[in-house]
Design a protein around this ligand. Structure first.
Ligand code: CU
Length: 188
């Protein structure tokens, strides 16, 4: 069978396009450090958050050198705590859940962006290298004042950062590694 040269050229060109499109999808999915939020964060009783060992007192905990966990509760129409304060040069794992309806939790300008579903914990990790301020937005329509639902992550100079009382008030893990930053004075 004879295939005309132009025909071959078009076949090749369309093949290259298909390969190109698939490559961009694969790169976007695995090459750019994109991680999907899955069910790793576990589940909670949305109406019993006040009895939860961490979500009863949302806040930032130190769990290792330069490693922090931030427990965040979303509810109509605010995030708690707000602002979320963390030190620069740290790795922060956010655990976010909702007290009422479905919300969004997006730390604008970072890779953190998740749906927040009552009963589920969305877990995501962000590295903060420099002092900065990031807006936190709810990007799931959650009710009449949804457009007002915003918060802030403040990345502070490590020397200016102290954990507030929430960082030392709960459970065994917090009593291990917090002493060096626990000045006992709370927020200044
Ligand atoms: Cu909302």
């Amino acid at each position: 069978m004879h295939v005309h040269n132009y025909e071959k050229l078009w076949l090749l060109a369309s093949l290259a396009l298909i390969v190109g499109f698939i490559s961009t999808i694969v790169y976007g999915a695995v090459g750019a450090g994109v991680v999907m939020v899955n069910d790793e964060g576990g589940q909670v009783n949305a109406s019993g958050l006040s009895e939860h060992p961490e979500f009863n007192d949302p806040g930032v905990r130190k769990v290792g050198p330069n490693e922090y966990e931030a427990y965040v509760v979303a509810q109509q129409f605010a995030f708690s705590p707000d602002p979320i304060e963390v030190p620069a040069n740290s790795t922060v794992t956010f655990y976010v859940t909702s007290r009422d309806v479905v919300h969004g939790f997006e730390v604008a300008g970072t890779n953190a962006n998740a749906m927040v579903v009552p009963g589920e914990v969305s877990k995501m990790t962000v590295e903060f290298n420099e002092t900065d301020e990031y807006g936190v937005v709810c990007n799931e329509y959650c009710g009449q004042a949804h457009h007002d639902m915003a918060g802030e992550v403040i990345v502070k100079e490590p020397g200016n950062f102290t954990l507030d009382d929430a960082g030392e008030s709960t459970t065994a893990q917090a009593t291990n590694g917090t002493d060096e930053t626990a000045n006992g004075t709370g927020e200044s």
